[in-house]
Design a protein around this ligand. Structure first.
Ligand code: 5GP
Length: 114
């Protein structure tokens, strides 16, 4: 049996998180190790392991996650700008096998990323 990933435990309320948004499709909560003054993770309820695993059936869900990200950015006052990041696979630094979008803001962000 596949091990339950940490984000599934947050969805199931087995471990605590600072949840800032929740609906029937996705959850948004503060990253436990923030890399910027605002660092939110937006995750689907349904497990999709990586961005490379998405398919046409996920079209609505992915669009919805973007709308949630824009809404969160507005609500959290990121008027100067923000960055959305999806790490896909170990070479990109993905550590949790459950698709997640990072919403980062509240400071100037350098480019290119590491
Ligand atoms: P990745 O490196 O996979 O793109 O991002 C995983 C993110 O999840 C990291 O930024 C890490 O700090 C965050 N994270 C890992 N475990 C937990 C947890 O239990 N709670 C919260 N809120 N964030 C977590």
């Amino acid at each position: 049996m596949m091990a339950v990933n940490i984000f599934q435990k947050i969805i199931d309320r087995e471990i605590k998180a600072d949840i800032v948004h929740e609906d029937s499709e996705c959850l948004a909560f503060r990253d436990v190790n923030p890399q910027a003054p605002v660092h939110i993770l937006i995750i689907p309820r349904r497990v999709i392991r990586t961005h490379a695993d998405i398919g046409p059936a996920d079209r609505e869900l992915l669009g919805h996650m973007h709308l949630v990200a824009a809404d969160m950015a507005r609500k959290l006052g990121l008027v100067e700008g923000y960055r959305l990041v999806i790490n896909c696979g170990h070479a990109a630094g993905q550590t949790v096998p459950h698709l997640h979008m990072h919403l980062l803001g509240g400071r100037d962000l350098s480019w290119p990323p590491g």
